[in-house]
Design a protein around this ligand. Sequence first.
Ligand SMILES: [Zn+2]
Length: 177
Amino acid sequence: MSRRRPVHFPAPLDTGAYLLLMRVRAECTLDIGRLGRLHFARGNYIYIGSGMGGLHARVARHFRSDKKVKWHIDRLLGVAELSGAVLFPSQHRHECRLAQAVLAFPGARAVPGFGSSDCRCPGHLVFLGARPFGALLGRLDDRVQGAGCRVLGRAADSVVFGTPHPAPRTLSKEALH
Ligand SMILES: [Zn+2]
């Protein structure tokens, strides 16, 4: 019996930026660490984050409710409904360019300082009011192509979507024939 040498396929790119699509159903005031007490109006919000140490795990963490509050966004997710996420795998840091692209959407407005303590962006949380996510993502496609990102999923409102986490595969050479 011959020993079969496994062929390792490269793992899919697991670094990059992401958008969280959220809805605040009732206006509220939250204590957001250094930012103090912030008022959140009812409506749709997009958070722009980065997962350079593991993109899929970072996004999956946001969908869990049993976590310690660590970032500004954890506080907001205590009350907001997480409708979906869009992943932008990349070896480079693109979250600030993404934030600018989202902020360029007509009527979008940054929540000042939220999630942007390490950069010069006005904020990485964007309030959209009643504007639907789908319209924004459609326009985002063109804007992010130049930054080396791709829109991997398209949002219909309140539909959870995203990219599944493909596990790195190990196959024997023979399995390829
Ligand atoms: Zn930024």
